[in-house]
Design a protein around this ligand. Structure first.
Ligand code: BT5
Length: 327
Protein backbone atom coordinates (compact mmCIF):
# COMPACT_ATOMS: atom_id res chain seq x y z
CA UNK A 1 0.00 0.00 0.00
CA UNK A 2 1.52 3.36 -0.89
CA UNK A 3 1.34 6.49 1.22
CA UNK A 4 -1.59 8.25 -0.49
CA UNK A 5 -3.65 5.07 -0.39
CA UNK A 6 -2.90 4.61 3.34
CA UNK A 7 -3.65 8.24 4.16
CA UNK A 8 -6.95 8.23 2.29
CA UNK A 9 -7.91 4.94 3.90
CA UNK A 10 -7.15 6.29 7.39
CA UNK A 11 -9.03 9.54 6.68
CA UNK A 12 -12.07 7.65 5.41
CA UNK A 13 -12.21 5.39 8.42
CA UNK A 14 -12.03 8.47 10.68
CA UNK A 15 -14.81 10.42 8.95
CA UNK A 16 -16.47 12.65 11.52
CA UNK A 17 -13.68 12.36 14.09
CA UNK A 18 -10.51 13.22 12.18
CA UNK A 19 -7.04 11.76 12.60
CA UNK A 20 -3.99 13.57 13.92
CA UNK A 21 -0.76 14.03 11.98
CA UNK A 22 1.07 12.30 14.84
CA UNK A 23 -1.20 9.23 14.66
CA UNK A 24 -0.83 9.04 10.90
CA UNK A 25 2.92 9.41 11.19
CA UNK A 26 3.15 6.60 13.80
CA UNK A 27 0.81 4.32 11.96
CA UNK A 28 2.42 4.75 8.59
CA UNK A 29 6.04 4.99 9.77
CA UNK A 30 6.86 8.30 8.09
CA UNK A 31 7.50 11.80 9.44
CA UNK A 32 4.71 14.29 10.11
CA UNK A 33 6.31 16.51 7.47
CA UNK A 34 5.96 13.73 4.90
CA UNK A 35 2.29 13.29 5.84
CA UNK A 36 1.72 17.04 5.54
CA UNK A 37 3.38 17.09 2.10
CA UNK A 38 1.13 14.27 0.84
CA UNK A 39 -1.97 15.97 2.29
CA UNK A 40 -0.98 19.11 0.34
CA UNK A 41 -0.65 17.03 -2.84
CA UNK A 42 -4.06 15.47 -2.27
CA UNK A 43 -5.55 18.93 -1.78
CA UNK A 44 -4.04 19.94 -5.11
CA UNK A 45 -5.89 17.01 -6.67
CA UNK A 46 -9.15 18.38 -5.26
CA UNK A 47 -9.54 16.49 -1.97
CA UNK A 48 -10.97 18.83 0.65
CA UNK A 49 -9.00 17.96 3.76
CA UNK A 50 -9.53 20.12 6.81
CA UNK A 51 -6.73 20.46 9.37
CA UNK A 52 -7.51 21.41 12.95
CA UNK A 53 -5.20 21.48 15.99
CA UNK A 54 -7.84 19.58 18.01
CA UNK A 55 -9.12 16.93 15.65
CA UNK A 56 -6.29 16.66 13.15
CA UNK A 57 -7.08 15.96 9.50
CA UNK A 58 -10.64 15.37 8.29
CA UNK A 59 -11.64 14.44 4.75
CA UNK A 60 -14.59 16.67 3.89
CA UNK A 61 -15.05 15.97 0.22
CA UNK A 62 -13.50 13.92 -2.56
CA UNK A 63 -13.29 15.27 -6.09
CA UNK A 64 -15.03 13.72 -9.10
CA UNK A 65 -11.79 12.27 -10.40
CA UNK A 66 -10.57 8.71 -10.74
CA UNK A 67 -7.36 8.43 -8.74
CA UNK A 68 -5.75 5.00 -8.50
CA UNK A 69 -4.67 5.33 -4.86
CA UNK A 70 -8.10 6.56 -3.86
CA UNK A 71 -9.80 3.66 -5.64
CA UNK A 72 -7.43 1.20 -3.96
CA UNK A 73 -8.09 2.80 -0.56
CA UNK A 74 -11.85 2.40 -1.04
CA UNK A 75 -11.54 -1.13 -2.33
CA UNK A 76 -9.49 -2.70 0.46
CA UNK A 77 -8.51 -6.37 0.17
CA UNK A 78 -9.85 -8.30 -2.78
CA UNK A 79 -9.18 -11.85 -4.00
CA UNK A 80 -8.21 -10.91 -7.55
CA UNK A 81 -9.79 -7.85 -9.11
CA UNK A 82 -8.19 -4.51 -8.31
CA UNK A 83 -4.87 -5.82 -6.98
CA UNK A 84 -3.41 -3.14 -9.21
CA UNK A 85 -5.20 -0.13 -10.67
CA UNK A 86 -4.02 2.36 -13.27
CA UNK A 87 -5.86 5.46 -14.41
CA UNK A 88 -5.16 7.16 -17.73
CA UNK A 89 -6.43 10.66 -18.42
CA UNK A 90 -6.95 9.67 -22.03
CA UNK A 91 -6.25 6.55 -24.04
CA UNK A 92 -7.49 4.94 -27.24
CA UNK A 93 -9.22 1.92 -25.66
CA UNK A 94 -8.65 0.48 -22.19
CA UNK A 95 -9.13 -3.00 -23.69
CA UNK A 96 -6.08 -2.32 -25.88
CA UNK A 97 -4.04 -1.13 -22.89
CA UNK A 98 -4.90 -4.31 -20.99
CA UNK A 99 -4.18 -6.47 -24.01
CA UNK A 100 -0.73 -4.94 -24.07
CA UNK A 101 -0.29 -5.65 -20.34
CA UNK A 102 -1.48 -9.22 -20.86
CA UNK A 103 1.45 -10.09 -23.05
CA UNK A 104 3.81 -9.25 -20.17
CA UNK A 105 3.83 -10.60 -16.64
CA UNK A 106 1.04 -8.39 -15.28
CA UNK A 107 -0.92 -10.33 -12.71
CA UNK A 108 -4.53 -11.25 -13.07
CA UNK A 109 -6.98 -8.67 -11.75
CA UNK A 110 -5.14 -5.58 -12.97
CA UNK A 111 -7.62 -2.81 -13.78
CA UNK A 112 -7.13 0.06 -16.22
CA UNK A 113 -9.48 3.06 -16.17
CA UNK A 114 -9.47 5.99 -18.57
CA UNK A 115 -11.19 9.30 -17.94
CA UNK A 116 -11.67 9.45 -21.70
CA UNK A 117 -11.30 6.98 -24.58
CA UNK A 118 -10.61 8.22 -28.07
CA UNK A 119 -11.29 4.86 -29.71
CA UNK A 120 -13.59 3.11 -27.27
CA UNK A 121 -15.18 0.15 -28.97
CA UNK A 122 -18.09 -2.22 -28.69
CA UNK A 123 -18.49 -5.60 -30.35
CA UNK A 124 -17.66 -6.06 -34.01
CA UNK A 125 -15.58 -2.87 -33.97
CA UNK A 126 -18.54 -0.60 -33.22
CA UNK A 127 -17.75 2.75 -31.67
CA UNK A 128 -18.31 3.29 -27.94
CA UNK A 129 -18.55 6.93 -26.98
CA UNK A 130 -16.54 7.68 -23.84
CA UNK A 131 -16.50 11.42 -23.07
CA UNK A 132 -14.11 12.83 -20.49
CA UNK A 133 -15.00 12.38 -16.81
CA UNK A 134 -18.59 11.43 -17.57
CA UNK A 135 -18.52 7.70 -17.20
CA UNK A 136 -16.60 4.68 -16.04
CA UNK A 137 -14.60 3.25 -18.93
CA UNK A 138 -12.36 0.43 -17.74
CA UNK A 139 -10.93 -3.01 -18.48
CA UNK A 140 -9.77 -5.87 -16.30
CA UNK A 141 -7.16 -8.51 -17.03
CA UNK A 142 -8.44 -11.99 -16.18
CA UNK A 143 -6.79 -15.36 -16.52
CA UNK A 144 -9.71 -17.71 -15.91
CA UNK A 145 -8.86 -21.36 -15.43
CA UNK A 146 -11.61 -22.52 -17.73
CA UNK A 147 -12.21 -23.86 -21.19
CA UNK A 148 -12.86 -21.20 -23.89
CA UNK A 149 -16.39 -22.56 -24.22
CA UNK A 150 -17.17 -21.09 -20.79
CA UNK A 151 -16.14 -17.57 -21.82
CA UNK A 152 -19.77 -16.29 -22.01
CA UNK A 153 -19.89 -16.84 -18.26
CA UNK A 154 -17.59 -13.84 -17.86
CA UNK A 155 -20.15 -11.56 -19.50
CA UNK A 156 -22.94 -13.13 -17.43
CA UNK A 157 -21.13 -12.61 -14.11
CA UNK A 158 -20.13 -9.06 -15.08
CA UNK A 159 -23.74 -8.18 -15.94
CA UNK A 160 -24.96 -9.51 -12.59
CA UNK A 161 -22.24 -7.60 -10.71
CA UNK A 162 -23.06 -4.39 -12.59
CA UNK A 163 -26.80 -4.39 -11.92
CA UNK A 164 -26.21 -5.30 -8.28
CA UNK A 165 -23.57 -2.62 -7.66
CA UNK A 166 -25.57 0.04 -9.52
CA UNK A 167 -28.63 -0.76 -7.44
CA UNK A 168 -26.70 -0.74 -4.15
CA UNK A 169 -24.99 2.56 -4.91
CA UNK A 170 -27.81 4.49 -6.56
CA UNK A 171 -31.04 2.66 -5.77
CA UNK A 172 -31.68 2.39 -9.52
CA UNK A 173 -32.95 -0.95 -10.80
CA UNK A 174 -31.36 -1.91 -14.08
CA UNK A 175 -32.07 -4.90 -16.26
CA UNK A 176 -29.87 -7.15 -18.36
CA UNK A 177 -30.39 -7.62 -22.06
CA UNK A 178 -28.59 -10.66 -23.40
CA UNK A 179 -25.76 -10.84 -24.16
CA UNK A 180 -23.97 -7.71 -22.98
CA UNK A 181 -26.25 -4.74 -22.38
CA UNK A 182 -27.44 -3.13 -19.17
CA UNK A 183 -30.64 -1.16 -19.65
CA UNK A 184 -32.73 1.21 -17.60
CA UNK A 185 -36.27 1.80 -18.82
CA UNK A 186 -35.34 0.09 -22.08
CA UNK A 187 -32.36 2.40 -22.73
CA UNK A 188 -28.75 1.28 -22.68
CA UNK A 189 -26.73 2.56 -19.72
CA UNK A 190 -23.77 0.17 -19.88
CA UNK A 191 -22.12 -2.33 -22.17
CA UNK A 192 -19.71 -5.21 -21.63
CA UNK A 193 -17.03 -6.31 -24.07
CA UNK A 194 -15.13 -9.53 -23.34
CA UNK A 195 -12.16 -10.21 -25.58
CA UNK A 196 -10.22 -13.46 -25.33
CA UNK A 197 -6.78 -14.69 -26.15
CA UNK A 198 -7.33 -18.43 -26.22
CA UNK A 199 -6.00 -21.75 -27.41
CA UNK A 200 -8.32 -24.63 -28.28
CA UNK A 201 -8.54 -25.94 -24.75
CA UNK A 202 -7.59 -23.03 -22.52
CA UNK A 203 -8.08 -19.31 -22.13
CA UNK A 204 -4.73 -17.54 -22.02
CA UNK A 205 -6.41 -14.36 -20.90
CA UNK A 206 -9.73 -12.61 -20.98
CA UNK A 207 -10.10 -8.86 -21.13
CA UNK A 208 -13.29 -7.69 -19.48
CA UNK A 209 -14.14 -4.21 -20.75
CA UNK A 210 -16.97 -2.25 -19.18
CA UNK A 211 -18.43 1.11 -20.14
CA UNK A 212 -21.01 2.82 -17.91
CA UNK A 213 -22.74 6.09 -18.72
CA UNK A 214 -22.66 7.74 -15.30
CA UNK A 215 -22.97 11.52 -15.49
CA UNK A 216 -23.64 12.26 -19.16
CA UNK A 217 -26.53 14.60 -19.86
CA UNK A 218 -28.88 13.65 -22.68
CA UNK A 219 -27.38 16.41 -24.85
CA UNK A 220 -23.92 14.87 -24.44
CA UNK A 221 -24.92 11.73 -26.32
CA UNK A 222 -24.69 11.89 -30.11
CA UNK A 223 -28.12 12.64 -31.61
CA UNK A 224 -28.56 9.08 -32.90
CA UNK A 225 -28.11 7.62 -29.40
CA UNK A 226 -30.32 10.03 -27.44
CA UNK A 227 -33.38 7.81 -27.59
CA UNK A 228 -31.45 4.57 -27.21
CA UNK A 229 -29.04 5.38 -24.37
CA UNK A 230 -29.28 7.00 -20.96
CA UNK A 231 -27.09 7.69 -17.94
CA UNK A 232 -27.41 7.11 -14.22
CA UNK A 233 -27.52 10.88 -13.74
CA UNK A 234 -30.38 11.29 -16.20
CA UNK A 235 -32.34 8.59 -14.40
CA UNK A 236 -31.61 9.66 -10.83
CA UNK A 237 -31.77 13.40 -11.51
CA UNK A 238 -28.52 14.07 -9.64
CA UNK A 239 -24.79 13.53 -10.26
CA UNK A 240 -23.56 10.11 -9.22
CA UNK A 241 -20.30 9.64 -7.27
CA UNK A 242 -18.08 7.92 -9.87
CA UNK A 243 -15.20 6.82 -7.59
CA UNK A 244 -17.64 5.30 -5.05
CA UNK A 245 -19.49 3.50 -7.84
CA UNK A 246 -16.23 2.29 -9.38
CA UNK A 247 -15.06 0.80 -6.07
CA UNK A 248 -18.45 -0.84 -5.46
CA UNK A 249 -18.39 -2.41 -8.92
CA UNK A 250 -14.86 -3.74 -8.55
CA UNK A 251 -15.72 -5.26 -5.16
CA UNK A 252 -18.83 -6.93 -6.51
CA UNK A 253 -17.01 -8.18 -9.60
CA UNK A 254 -14.28 -9.63 -7.40
CA UNK A 255 -16.83 -11.52 -5.32
CA UNK A 256 -18.57 -13.02 -8.35
CA UNK A 257 -15.34 -13.78 -10.18
CA UNK A 258 -14.08 -15.75 -7.17
CA UNK A 259 -17.27 -17.81 -7.29
CA UNK A 260 -16.85 -18.38 -11.00
CA UNK A 261 -13.33 -19.62 -10.45
CA UNK A 262 -14.59 -22.32 -8.09
CA UNK A 263 -17.21 -23.27 -10.69
CA UNK A 264 -20.10 -21.94 -8.61
CA UNK A 265 -21.89 -20.68 -11.72
CA UNK A 266 -25.42 -21.92 -10.90
CA UNK A 267 -26.34 -19.21 -8.36
CA UNK A 268 -24.89 -16.50 -10.64
CA UNK A 269 -26.95 -17.82 -13.55
CA UNK A 270 -30.11 -17.75 -11.39
CA UNK A 271 -29.46 -14.12 -10.41
CA UNK A 272 -28.86 -13.31 -14.05
CA UNK A 273 -32.15 -14.93 -15.04
CA UNK A 274 -33.97 -12.85 -12.40
CA UNK A 275 -32.62 -9.61 -13.84
CA UNK A 276 -32.71 -10.47 -17.52
CA UNK A 277 -35.36 -8.87 -19.71
CA UNK A 278 -34.64 -11.19 -22.64
CA UNK A 279 -35.91 -14.47 -21.16
CA UNK A 280 -39.43 -15.53 -21.94
CA UNK A 281 -39.58 -13.13 -24.88
CA UNK A 282 -39.87 -13.70 -28.59
CA UNK A 283 -36.47 -12.77 -29.96
CA UNK A 284 -34.80 -12.40 -33.29
CA UNK A 285 -31.03 -12.78 -33.01
CA UNK A 286 -28.60 -11.90 -35.73
CA UNK A 287 -25.63 -14.27 -35.48
CA UNK A 288 -23.26 -13.36 -38.30
CA UNK A 289 -25.35 -13.66 -41.44
CA UNK A 290 -27.86 -16.02 -39.80
CA UNK A 291 -31.03 -15.10 -37.92
CA UNK A 292 -32.30 -17.22 -35.05
CA UNK A 293 -35.93 -16.61 -34.15
CA UNK A 294 -37.89 -18.05 -31.26
CA UNK A 295 -38.47 -17.77 -27.53
CA UNK A 296 -35.45 -17.07 -25.31
CA UNK A 297 -35.80 -19.78 -22.65
CA UNK A 298 -32.75 -19.93 -20.43
CA UNK A 299 -28.94 -19.91 -20.34
CA UNK A 300 -27.00 -23.14 -20.21
CA UNK A 301 -24.12 -24.04 -17.90
CA UNK A 302 -21.62 -22.28 -20.18
CA UNK A 303 -23.61 -19.03 -20.38
CA UNK A 304 -25.05 -19.60 -23.88
CA UNK A 305 -28.64 -18.56 -24.60
CA UNK A 306 -31.13 -21.33 -25.39
CA UNK A 307 -33.77 -20.30 -27.90
CA UNK A 308 -36.78 -22.50 -28.76
CA UNK A 309 -37.63 -21.99 -32.39
CA UNK A 310 -41.15 -22.23 -33.78
CA UNK A 311 -40.27 -25.73 -35.03
CA UNK A 312 -39.79 -26.82 -31.44
CA UNK A 313 -36.05 -27.39 -31.41
CA UNK A 314 -33.71 -25.56 -29.07
CA UNK A 315 -30.88 -23.54 -30.61
CA UNK A 316 -27.84 -22.66 -28.56
CA UNK A 317 -26.61 -19.11 -29.23
CA UNK A 318 -23.33 -17.75 -27.88
CA UNK A 319 -23.32 -14.25 -29.32
CA UNK A 320 -25.24 -11.90 -31.54
CA UNK A 321 -27.52 -8.90 -31.59
CA UNK A 322 -30.94 -9.40 -30.11
CA UNK A 323 -34.07 -7.57 -30.94
CA UNK A 324 -37.10 -8.35 -28.82
CA UNK A 325 -40.13 -8.95 -30.94
CA UNK A 326 -42.94 -8.60 -28.40
CA UNK A 327 -43.11 -6.84 -25.08
C1 BT5 B 1 -20.97 -2.89 -26.13
O1 BT5 B 1 -20.86 -3.18 -27.46
O2 BT5 B 1 -21.97 -2.56 -25.56
C2 BT5 B 1 -19.65 -2.99 -25.36
C3 BT5 B 1 -19.15 -1.67 -24.88
C4 BT5 B 1 -17.89 -1.80 -24.09
C5 BT5 B 1 -17.24 -0.48 -23.82
C6 BT5 B 1 -16.07 -0.62 -22.88
S1 BT5 B 1 -15.48 0.93 -22.33
C7 BT5 B 1 -14.06 0.21 -21.66
C8 BT5 B 1 -13.61 -0.86 -22.66
N1 BT5 B 1 -12.74 -0.29 -23.65
C9 BT5 B 1 -13.32 -0.32 -24.88
O3 BT5 B 1 -12.79 0.10 -25.93
N2 BT5 B 1 -14.52 -0.91 -24.80
C10 BT5 B 1 -14.84 -1.33 -23.45
P1 BT5 B 1 -22.09 -3.35 -28.45
O4 BT5 B 1 -23.12 -4.29 -27.89
O5 BT5 B 1 -21.49 -3.71 -29.76
O6 BT5 B 1 -22.75 -1.92 -28.50
C11 BT5 B 1 -22.19 -0.86 -29.23
C12 BT5 B 1 -23.33 0.08 -29.60
O7 BT5 B 1 -23.79 0.77 -28.41
C13 BT5 B 1 -22.91 1.19 -30.55
O8 BT5 B 1 -23.01 0.75 -31.89
C14 BT5 B 1 -23.92 2.30 -30.23
O9 BT5 B 1 -25.15 2.05 -30.85
C15 BT5 B 1 -24.14 2.12 -28.75
N3 BT5 B 1 -23.29 3.02 -27.91
C16 BT5 B 1 -22.09 3.58 -28.20
N4 BT5 B 1 -21.62 4.29 -27.17
C17 BT5 B 1 -22.55 4.18 -26.20
C18 BT5 B 1 -22.64 4.69 -24.89
N5 BT5 B 1 -21.68 5.40 -24.30
N6 BT5 B 1 -23.75 4.37 -24.17
C19 BT5 B 1 -24.75 3.62 -24.70
N7 BT5 B 1 -24.72 3.11 -25.94
C20 BT5 B 1 -23.62 3.39 -26.69
Amino acid sequence: MNLDESILKALRSATGTGVSGADLSNKLGVSRAAIWARIEELRQLGYEIEASPHTGYTLKKSPDVLHADDLRSRLGETDTIGRSIQVFQSTDSTNDVVQHLASGTTEEGAVVFAEEQTKGRGRLGRHWISPKSKGLWFSILLRPKTHPESAPRLTIMAAVALVEAIENQTGIEAEIKWPNDILIGGKKVAGILVELMAETDRIRCGILGIGIDVNLRRSQFPADLRDLATSLREVSGAPVDRPALAAAILKTLDRYYSRLEISDFGPIARKWEDRCSTLGREVSIQVGSRIVEGTAETIDEFGALMVRTRFGQVERVTGGDVSMKRF
